[in-house]
Ligand binder design. Structure first.
Ligand SMILES: C[S@@+](CC[C@H](N)C(=O)[O-])C[C@H]1O[C@@H](n2cnc3c(N)ncnc32)[C@H](O)[C@@H]1O
Length: 456
């Protein structure tokens, strides 16, 4: 049973989220700043319910009688509808882990629960009408409705991965992601940190693939934890850790992290380089690079040089041209591999935005390639699941640079790190230089990594 203020607060958050004009965690943080009196339990409850609703957005829309495509018109404020939104989101979340397609029994249970919380009976008629239609909701006609994804995305993924793999992938995208940490091996040992966390009552285990990772049971708050504050630990999905690992950075090298953002991978690369050589963290967002500074201080790294780029062709890049042993392009992308954490991204992207991203990715990759010295390695990565941002970008670059870059063969690297079961994605013929991490196969976010070696 929830107090009405909690239902209304959840509805308020969802109303804001339904504009799909900002990342969900930013919208939530803004809501929390504007509602400082809410206790931490309530905040938690509201956030969980909001994310549950985002994972089942088309279902909620069909219950509310809206279209499945959010438009400014259907995100208009309307108190009765808002309250229903909050009620249903809380009921969905209370149902525990749900994976689509839901059975008609599951539909009924959620609606029944919502009805039992609607103590004033304001929404009974609507909930009864929904229950009468539960059978219809449980028999969706389209792939998008079945998997609670936008139609264009469901169809694109289905065509790309095939029916069986798409079904498993779509289900995995509705799970909540585990909380993974990366141990800073520059200053700490993984088994020692694991032991220290266990002594604090925090249950975790070594990650299956990354040699630096810990996977936590549940989501304990770590902000004030001395291990976080001292730089021994960083929150980082195992897939992100693997991406840094695959870059292969070594002591004494010159390494460029071209799209460093707040430096998640920069920090891992710096630790791989044992704080030697030169590591350049570049990004065109000063704000994001600013986020790296406190993390750098904690990390103990002093081989990192940051540079805010005007664009990917900033003329100051000239001094790095031909100098780098390795360049990582962790490209701006749709983020669709992270839907477990950011379900709103399914609704913030479109076929058109993917096309625009592809152009940017190609431009950045071309410019980043010029920084490599002969024999150097170029690594292109995204956290996207889409061929358009992955294999297609790989293919175009490989074709256009056939005389100066050779597609990298991952076999030895994967063997060295015991990663031979990482998947070789369905790649264009003659471009076998890519690997993919997928949530339903590797329990990581979805990542794509391709690499080339600059010819001598
Ligand atoms: C996927 S994020 C990087 C995440 C980061 N590597 C990490 O591990 O936390 C992509 C980054 O590319 C940056 N970016 C976008 N366009 C760019 C450009 N033209 N040149 C350089 N960086 C760019 C964005 O600001 C964003 O920080």
């Amino acid at each position: 049973m929830f107090a009405r203020y909690l239902i209304l607060a959840t509805a308020d958050v969802l109303q804001r989220l339904s504009r799909f004009d900002a990342p969900a965690d930013i919208t939530l943080a803004q809501f929390q700043r504007e509602n400082p009196k809410l206790g931490s339990r309530d905040r938690h409850q509201i956030a969980n319910a909001a994310f549950a609703a985002l994972r089942f957005w088309p279902l909620i829309q069909s219950w509310l009688g809206h279209s499945t495509t959010p438009t400014p018109a259907n995100s208009r404020s309307n108190t009765a509808v808002d309250e229903r939104l909050g009620l249903i989101a809380l009921a969905l979340d209370a149902q525990g882990l749900l994976t689509p397609p839901l059975t008609s029994e599951q539909h009924l249970e959620i609606l029944q629960r919502a009805k039992s919380w609607d103590s004033a009976g304001m929404h009974h008629a609507w909930l009864d009408a929904c229950m009468a239609k539960a059978q219809t909701f449980a028999a969706p006609l389209t792939s998008g409705l079945q998997h609670n994804l936008p139609e264009w995305l469901a169809q694109t993924l289905q065509a790309q991965y095939g029916d069986a793999a798409f079904g498993a992938l779509a289900q995995s995208l509705k799970q909540t992601a585990p909380l993974d940490l990366r141990v800073n091996l520059l200053t700490h040992k993984r088994n020692v940190v694991l032991q220290q966390l266990a002594e604090q009552g925090i249950v975790c285990a070594a990650t299956p693939y990354s040699p630096w990772g810990l996977r936590l049971q549940g989501k304990p708050s770590l902000r004030q934890n001395p291990l976080m504050q001292s730089g021994a630990l960083e929150v980082q999905d195992e897939g992100s850790q693997l991406l840094a690992l695959l870059t292969g950075a070594k002591r004494g090298e010159t390494v460029v992290d071209f799209c460093a953002g707040a430096g998640g991978k920069t920090l891992a690369l710096g630790a791989m380089m044992r704080n030697t050589g030169r590591l350049y963290a570049l990004d065109n967002s000063a704000h994001r690079l600013d986020g790296l500074q406190p993390r750098l201080k904690r990390s103990g790294l002093n081989n990192v040089h940051t540079l805010v780029l005007q664009s990917e062709t900033d003329e100051r890049l000239a001094r790095l041209r031909g100098k780098a042993d390795r360049v990582l392009v962790d490209a701006p992308c749709s983020g669709l591999g992270t839907l477990r954490r950011h379900p709103e991204l399914a609704w913030r992207n479109s076929l058109r935005s993917i096309e625009e991203l592809q152009q940017t990715q190609r431009r950045i990759l071309d410019s980043a390639a010029s920084l490599l010295k002969p024999g150097g390695t170029l690594v292109y990565a995204t956290c996207s699941l889409l061929e358009q941002e992955n294999g297609a970008v790989n293919h175009v670059f490989t074709q256009a640079n056939a005389s100066s870059f050779t597609p990298f063969d991952w076999t030895a690297t994967l063997e060295k790190h015991g990663l031979t079961n990482l998947q070789k994605p369905g790649h264009h013929a003659g471009v076998p230089n890519a690997i993919a991490l997928l949530p339903h196969l590797h329990q990581t976010d979805g990542f794509y990594v391709a690499a080339w070696q600059k010819n001598h």
